[in-house]
Design a protein around this ligand. Structure first.
Ligand SMILES: [Zn+2]
Length: 128
């Protein structure tokens, strides 16, 4: 399952006008991007006008729907990333990470006495 959801903000490393892997130790800058769509095994992030990246995808009426992107992002640029390009989470809302396995669950709420959340899988299979 996807670790992130639309609306989450993640930190990525940019080098040579490309978003590079989190394992890449050489980068020009670290920057926060907002995920606007979960697609296939990865995510589309919004590219602000002042950010100059190569290999962006221009969103217009012909392609927003099939990329699962909200119509309000028409006429903007997006960039496709996968999990290994996410260096860290800047802001993650509308959900919690499971206190046991660490997976993110969209729209989940605390269900433990200490205010943390343990996902149904970990509750069903405590020794997984
Ligand atoms: Zn879990």
């Amino acid at each position: 399952m996807a670790r992130f959801a639309a609306g989450d903000q993640v930190v990525c490393q940019v080098r040579n006008r490309c978003i590079v892997s989190m394992y890449d130790s050489e980068y020009d800058e670290q920057r926060v991007f907002e995920i606007i769509s979960v697609y296939d095994e990865g995510y589309f992030v919004y590219v602000p006008l002042d950010v100059d990246l190569r290999d962006t995808i221009y969103i217009d009426k012909s392609n927003y729907a099939k990329m699962n992107i909200n119509k309000r992002f028409c006429d903007s640029d997006v960039y496709y990333i996968t999990d290994f390009k996410v260096l860290s989470v800047y802001k993650q809302s509308d959900g919690l990470c499971c206190n046991r396995c660490g997976d993110f669950f969209y729209m989940s709420a605390p269900n433990q006495p200490d205010g943390t959340m343990v996902c149904w899988l970990c509750r069903a299979y405590p020794y997984r």
